[in-house]
Design a binder for this molecule. Structure first.
Ligand SMILES: [Zn+2]
Length: 461
């Protein structure tokens, strides 16, 4: 009775928020529903025949969830998914209520939820997942959560509460994540990259967050650095080292803005995967999605076809029509992610025109000092022009000045509309614009582009 009332109320709230255009209606319905029925998430989760998958980590949650959804759908499974990226418990409740009939029967077989790092313990407790995917831990939004160690501690608690029959899918290349996962009593399926273009002998960037051994405090030694602090590491003090993962990406090829490919080796079979998603971080995301799918018993051939069919999530490698030119939107929300995005842009184009949009709202992190940890020096000898916009456009312009970009190559436009127009005018025939926004700046630019008819509204995603 109570669940039926909660689901009905959630439906009503969702239709009202669509009608009044108050936003996507991805969190409020769930919040209302769980007030009416506090046990709703647990109840509906337990009715999903193939169980629940939770995905968490600083970078790549949305893309990994989307890739896994693509694979599961290719396998003929109906997925209940918090697709719009509302990744707190309210967003999970909204997705579950939407996927249920009024009698509380689920219309999907498997639940797939991306979960905010800090919400993981509560989500584990409420959904009793059969698979948990842990992607990485990077310094992000410091002022919102305090130290990265606080998140690690929450994850440790979450994993201790995990049912022992649950499969833990984790990133073997992230020393902090791997350390957290070593005590799980149940099945594990680690994933990682066996190689990375230019990764051998590469020095850690100063954006790297976890350079010291969690067991003894000595700095790790790396034979391969893939991304930020991730790679093939070993502690010279206590010998703690990356273990060879069960799902390995080999033959990793990056094709600039046009995507990437790799061969995933797992369970003795080789799975060729190719994706339109650009950049090394997306190779991690599809490898994680494949590892989770294999843990759910999906056939390797279905994994490959599901990944190939996956379109980018909004703002993450999404292509936008700017009236005769293409723009590529690459969300960049922390130093390690931003560096990889810059590398992707420079791999695609020798002298690109770039639009950088920096906000400092809560979802972006209020403290923008992290901009000084991004290697914008990469743009010094290459970027033809950079347009900066967003609430902290001036700070960004200052950062570029210190990165060595001459003033005539950098322009500040406070309005998203005028920034897009200026960047558009700077493009030569056939050139592509690279838009690098923080999270809320991405939502804002996307709303502008939606108004112009260049992209779809995101409640339709
Ligand atoms: Zn050590």
């Amino acid at each position: 009775m109570r669940d039926a009332a909660a689901i009905a109320a959630a439906r009503l709230a969702a239709s009202l928020s669509r009608l009044t255009r108050m936003g996507g209606g991805t969190t409020l319905p769930g919040r209302i529903a769980t007030v009416i029925s506090p046990g709703l998430v647990a109840g509906l989760s337990s009715r999903l025949a193939r169980g629940v998958v939770l995905i968490s980590g600083t970078n790549g949650k949305t893309t990994t969830a989307r890739s896994l959804a693509g694979i599961l759908e290719a396998a003929g499974l109906a997925v209940v998914h918090n697709r719009a990226g509302a990744n707190l418990l309210s967003g999970i409740a909204t997705a579950l209520a939407r996927g249920a009939t009024l009698r509380g029967r689920m219309r999907g077989e498997v639940g797939l939820f991306e979960v905010d790092e800090a919400t993981l313990p509560a989500a584990v407790e409420a959904t009793r997942p059969c698979v948990v995917v842990l992607l990485n831990l990077f310094r992000d939004q410091l002022d919102r959560y305090g130290e990265i160690d606080l998140i690690a501690e929450r994850w440790r608690r979450a994993l201790a509460a995990l049912p022992s029959e649950s499969t833990l899918v984790y990133n073997a290349d992230d020393p902090m994540v791997a350390d957290l996962c070593r005590d799980h009593a149940g099945p594990v399926r680690a994933f990682g990259l066996e190689e990375a273009p230019h990764g051998e002998g590469r020095a850690l960037e100063h954006a790297a967050d976890a350079r010291y051994c969690y067991r003894c405090g000595r700095p790790y030694e790396y034979t391969l650095v893939t991304l930020g602090h991730m790679g093939h590491y070993r502690c010279p003090g206590c010998g703690a080292a990356r273990a060879t993962p069960q799902v390995c990406a080999r033959e990793v090829r990056l094709r600039g803005a046009d995507g990437s490919s790799a061969t995933l080796v797992a369970d003795g079979s080789a799975i060729p995967v190719s994706t339109v998603l650009p950049g090394l971080y997306n190779v991690y995301d599809v490898t994680a999605a494949a590892a989770a799918a294999l843990a759910l018993g999906i056939a390797p051939a279905t994994v490959a076809s599901g990944i190939a069919a996956t379109a980018p999530a909004f703002g993450r490698g999404e292509r936008v029509d700017l009236g005769g030119c293409e723009a590529l939107m690459l969300l960049a929300k922390n130093p390690a992610g931003f560096n990889e995005v810059l590398r992707t842009v420079l791999l695609a184009e020798a002298s690109p025109v770039v639009l950088i949009a920096i906000n400092d709202l809560i979802a972006d992190g209020r403290d923008i000092s992290w901009l000084w940890d991004v290697d914008f020096e990469m743009l010094r000898d290459s970027a033809r022009a950079v347009v900066v916009t967003g609430l902290r456009a001036e700070d960004m312009a200052l950062r570029l000045k210190y990165a060595g970009l001459s003033a005539e190559r950098v322009s500040v436009e406070h309005e998203g509309d005028t920034a897009l127009d200026r960047a558009r005018r700077l493009l030569r025939e056939g050139e592509r614009l690279y838009i690098l926004p923080t999270y809320t700046a991405m939502l804002h630019l996307r709303a502008t582009l939606t108004r112009r008819g260049a992209v779809r509204g995101f409640w339709k995603e």
